[in-house]
Ligand binder design. Structure first.
Ligand code: TYM
Length: 340
């Protein structure tokens, strides 16, 4: 264990999917024995898109439980809920005055999500509304990380631009207010930093694409098998000796499930022109079902004691708050705000 801090977060929008797991969460479980780790259910980030209050509340708690079921151990890391630590919102404001408007306008996720929302202009509920929170989203993300002096941030590839902005914000803060106060956070990637949708291997697996594009980590066996069975493998245009994006994606999943030898055997077969799609899909489905049944059992066990979950949520938020409060005391002094 070294003295470097790891920070990462996940939005409680819907259920954990295998992209989240292999791109980030599996790595979190490994890192908790190597560094001082904080893992956060970023509920305030999920408020930047339209949402249903009751579903959102339920999902936040479910995500907390799901992370524990994946192997995050409150004795070895701090897993907590963002909004229960008010310092995230406070540092967000201070860093909003350090981040540049121009940098925020160049964020790809803002462009994509705001276009998605603009397209709902005829929807009577959302009406194409784009919140200022969505624009400010990456500043809150920088605040999350920097509150804990996060040096390493294990995330998937889609978060790299946000991380680059966190580095810029840390650098600008240090230059303006206090040399080297914040570390410049570095990305830690897994071997599967961008899992593609099985239904459309031209796109990243993502909750926002819709149900059929994700394989839920805690899904029932029949759902997982059906999603893998309907994976797009080849459009018939892949040249001899090469792998289509869909096949490449499935092989990546096998490797991520620690089945590198099986993946190598399939890869050789495919490259030599022997393209047996059904056995490849069966192997992937079997591996995901095995993974899922383990975490599902664990989740059911944890979820059975709601009082214990609520107690734990408060304890971990207290731990995070102690660290965050010290950072805010320092930051208020550095930026010239009165002490409280
Ligand atoms: P979120 O909730 O969209 O995703 C959580 C994590 O899962 C990774 N991920 C993927 N990795 C590989 N392949 C995929 N198809 C895939 N889809 C998602 C994401 O890269 C992420 O690591 N903005 C963040 C949450 C956040 C955060 C933070 C992260 C808020 N504050 C501070 C790190 C540090 C997000 O929306 O992740």
């Amino acid at each position: 264990m070294d003295n470097k801090t790891v920070f990462s977060g996940i939005q409680p929008t819907g259920e954990l999917h295998v992209g989240n797991y292999f791109g980030a969460v599996k790595n979190w479980v490994r890192l908790q024995d190597l560094h001082r780790c904080f893992f956060c259910v970023v509920d305030m980030h999920s408020m930047t898109m339209p949402y249903d209050v009751a579903v959102f509340q339920k999902n936040t708690e479910e995500m907390f439980v799901s992370l524990l079921a994946c192997g995050l151990d409150p004795k070895r890391c701090t897993v907590f809920i963002q909004s229960m630590v008010p310092q995230h919102a406070e540092l967000n404001w201070i860093l909003s005055c350090v981040a540049s408007y121009g940098d925020l306008t160049r964020q790809i996720q803002f462009k994509e999500k705001s276009e998605q929302l603009a397209a709902t202009v005829d929807d009577p509920t959302s009406g194409g509304f784009i919140s200022a929170g969505l624009f400010n989203y990456p500043v809150l993300q920088a605040a999350d990380i920097l509150l804990y002096h996060g040096a390493y941030v294990p995330v998937g590839r889609d978060q790299e631009q946000h991380l680059e902005l966190s580095r810029v914000i840390a650098r600008r803060f240090n230059k303006q207010f206090g040399r080297d106060y914040f570390p410049e956070p570095k990305v830690l990637s897994t071997e599967l930093p961008k899992l593609l949708s099985l239904a459309d291997p031209g796109k990243k697996m993502s909750k926002s694409l819709g149900e059929k594009h994700v394989v839920p980590l805690f899904g029932e066996e029949r759902v997982i098998r059906a999603r893998v069975r309907s994976a797009i493998t080849d459009s018939g245009e892949t040249p001899e000796g090469e792998l289509s994006p869909g096949v490449h994606n499935l092989l990546g999943l096998l490797r991520a499930c620690d089945l590198g030898d099986t993946a190598a055997t399939f890869e050789n077969q495919f490259r030599s022109g022997d393209r047996k799609y059904a056995p490849l899909k069966d192997a992937v489905a079997d591996a995901l079902v095995a993974l899922s049944s383990g975490v599902r059992a664990r989740r059911a066990e944890i979820a059975a004691d709601r009082d214990a979950i609520h107690k734990l949520m408060h304890e971990t938020a207290d731990q995070a708050r102690t660290v965050a409060a010290q950072t805010i005391t320092d930051v208020r002094r550095l930026v010239g705000l009165p002490q409280r």
